[in-house]
Design a protein around this ligand. Structure first.
Ligand code: MTE
Ligand code: MO
Length: 332
């Protein structure tokens, strides 16, 4: 049994452990090893037998979302999408726990109906939107984006949604609106992670107004042509493909237009490690690790090569102008 060494901020993925089928989480895996079932399962695996009982089950078929391919420049990468299984079982969603496998295990109980999103602050037309209304607000598009987590891994995910700008236009920001805050659900009753103090709840993220208006900034309702699984941020989340994944807030309940740069959950937790901008940048390392390369989840298994990380996660042509003249080492 070969296990690569994991740094404390990384957790194993299914495809990194053989046999894949015995994977659940490191803790469960160790428990499973201790039961002695490991030997039998390994023998079965060596004989090419399926280990159906140990395979984490895919949630039932989710309702489809009608979407057209996006015509927004840069919105559809030709890179191979990451397997649905990995996209939906290797997640960061600290409201459900800090293990990559916690959200898939625990987010199923999240109630995503009824759901409202309050759009407020420096806008002429504040409004509490019902999720059903948001779903119909603008035509759904499929966007295939790279997602680069600050931890050093990446995926390619086919999202379904529309530009956040569609919503912003309708509420008419005032001249004082310089930034947009995104507040996500923090319900102790439904989200066991919210009882812990790893972060200050609710999880708050933010963008400058021009970043929020950029056509690549996506309000996402689905992935792989289906509604979002809860672990991926149902019923509605943000996806900002040129920024580290933590900017892409999940399960949003409030969008607030403000004059001052928001204090975000991660920059409050560790200001020297996580800045407000958090643009993907191979030349600006995290204080504890390099950002020059990344591993693509699902690629090459245990000994995969490190891929070079691209400036602005490969969206430089579309977004570099937003940061013209800024020192990106200072505004990290
Ligand atoms: N509310 C909330 N949103 C969140 C997070 C979180 O812990 N809570 N984690 C972020 C991080 S670190 C990443 S990498 C992405 C992961 O999205 P995915 O699980 O759909 O790939 O969600 C982001 N959005
Ligand atoms: Mo992340």
């Amino acid at each position: 049994m070969h296990l690569r060494k994991f740094r404390h901020y990384e957790h194993p993925v299914a495809s990194e452990i053989t046999p894949q089928a015995v994977y659940e989480s490191r803790r469960d895996w160790l428990r499973w090893m201790a039961t002695g079932a490991a030997g039998a399962a390994l023998a079965a695996w060596a004989n090419g037998e399926a280990l159906a009982q140990a395979v984490p089950s895919r949630p039932g078929k989710l309702p489809p979302l009608d979407a057209v391919r996006s015509a927004v420049p840069g919105a559809v990468t030709m890179e191979k999408p990451t397997a649905y299984q990995d996209v939906t079982t290797y997640n960061n969603f600290y409201e459900f726990g800090t293990d990559k496998s916690d959200p898939a295990r625990l987010a199923g109980a999240l109630k995503t109906r009824p759901w409202t999103v309050a759009v407020e602050g420096e806008v002429r037309k504040p409004k509490v939107y019902d999720i059903e209304e948001l779903l119909k607000l603008a035509p759904m598009e499929e966007r295939i984006y790279r997602l680069r987590c600050v931890e050093g891994w990446s995926m390619v995910i086919p999202w379904v949604g529309y530009s956040l700008a569609e919503l912003i236009r309708r509420v008419e920001p005032t001249g004082n609106a310089k930034y947009v805050e995104f507040h996500t659900l923090a319900d102790k009753a439904q989200m066991p992670g919210v009882r812990s103090s790893v972060l200050l709840w609710p999880y708050v993220e933010g963008l400058r107004l021009d970043e929020a208006m950029h056509p690549l900034t996506l309000l996402a309702f689905g992935l792989y042509g289906e509604v979002l699984p809860n672990q991926n941020g149902a019923p509605v989340r943000l996806v900002v493909p040129w920024k580290y994944g933590f900017k892409s807030a999940k399960s949003i309940v409030r969008v607030r237009f403000v004059e001052k740069q928001p204090t975000t959950a991660w920059s409050a937790a560790a200001p020297h490690e996580y800045g407000f901008y958090s643009n993907v940048n191979p030349k600006v390392d995290h204080p504890r690790w390099s950002q020059a390369t990344e591993r693509r989840i699902g690629e090459d298994g245990l000994f995969q090569r490190k891929r070079p990380t691209q400036m602005f996660n490969g969206y430089e042509a579309q977004v570099a102008h937003l940061y013209a003249g800024m020192d990106l080492k200072k505004f990290y």
